[in-house]
Design a protein around this ligand. Structure first.
Ligand code: AMP
Ligand code: MN
Ligand code: MN
Ligand code: MN
Length: 286
């Protein structure tokens, strides 16, 4: 009976990354892992790119796998000088509104990556831009790639420490990015037929007053949903985010933000929504 129930369970994971940005699994490998973890509906949401979507779709079709893929993206934006991530779900990846927006974002990434390299060089770390670009293998170059390069080269012991010492806001290698606004991201997502989700609201280091301000602003810009559930989050955060979703009439999303196999984050793990919210997928399932 338990087995039967678990077989019938629909597991959604609406936030994940591949090698198209700073994830470490290729689209095919991510799909294989999602199948292994019995995910039913998976969104691939790489940073400012949809390059993994078509290869993932092809792989699912070729192997005839029991997985629904949601075409997604995670767009970097700036609000009050804070970097806020907006996830787009169910987008038409070929729509000009989204391709134009993402082309600009990629350009910003390239410029910023070169500048990060220059700053790190001044701090005595040579070849960081080349190293990060090589690790990105043609995908979007992120601070994650710089962090990996610095760890691989023995400059710093861990990725987390690289951020603390070099890449976090205000540190030597930090370059203020030129991301689009929240409104620009929401508009591009909507024009491409998608749903706009405020990603991981608990990870911006905001006080509860500022978080409410952000959620209100996002709603005013036409935002549709907020991420309520992640696989690892502080106690009570899920309920707090559910309350915010209710208060601002937003749907609720959930996602692991999977980047790589590790012991604390896994596709589909611990992803469920409190009963007082409406799931984001009602927007496309009706
Ligand atoms: P970027 O979009 O280039 O600014 O890079 C941001 C990415 O770096 C995030 O999506 C995370 O994957 C990663 N990241 C940010 N902060 C940290 C941190 N403190 N430790 C490890 N990874 C981080
Ligand atoms: Mn990332
Ligand atoms: Mn993010
Ligand atoms: Mn993410």
């Amino acid at each position: 009976m338990t087995e039967l129930l678990s077989d019938l369970r629909v597991i959604y994971d609406l936030h994940s990354h591949t090698t198209a940005s700073d994830g470490e699994l290729s689209p095919d490998e991510l799909i294989d892992r999602a199948i292994e973890k019995q995910i039913t509906v998976l969104a691939i949401t790489d940073h400012d790119t949809t390059a993994a979507i078509q290869p993932a779709k092809n792989y699912i079709a070729e192997k005839n796998l029991p997985l629904t893929l949601i075409s997604g993206v995670e767009i970097s934006t700036l609000w009050e000088n804070i970097e806020i991530h907006i996830v787009g779900l169910q987008i038409d990846i070929e729509h000009q509104a989204i391709t134009t927006c993402l082309a600009k974002q990629s350009q910003c990434r390239e410029t910023r990556a070169k500048m990060i390299g220059e700053r790190l060089a001044k701090a005595g770390i040579a070849g960081a831009w080349e190293g990060a670009s090589a690790l990105a293998k043609g995908g979007q170059v992120t601070r994650g790639h710089f962090a990996r390069f610095l760890v691989n080269e023995g400059h710093v012991a861990s990725v987390n420490k690289v951020f603390k010492r070099y890449l976090a806001k205000g540190k030597t290698g930090y370059v203020p990015p030129q991301w689009c606004s929240i409104g620009d991201a929401v508009t591009a997502i909507h024009q491409a037929g998608g749903v706009a989700v405020l990603a991981h609201p608990g990870r911006y280091g905001l006080s509860s007053k500022w978080l409410k301000r952000l959620v209100l602003y996002f709603k005013q810009q036409g935002g549709d949903a907020i991420e309520v559930a992640q696989c690892q989050q502080p106690p009570q955060e899920r309920e707090q985010h559910a309350t915010l979703a209710q208060a601002y009439d937003l749907k609720a999303s959930l996602g692991s933000d999977f980047h790589r196999p590790c012991s604390w984050i896994e596709l589909g793990r611990n992803l469920w929504l409190p009963g007082n919210v409406e799931p984001v997928w009602t927007l496309w399932q009706g």
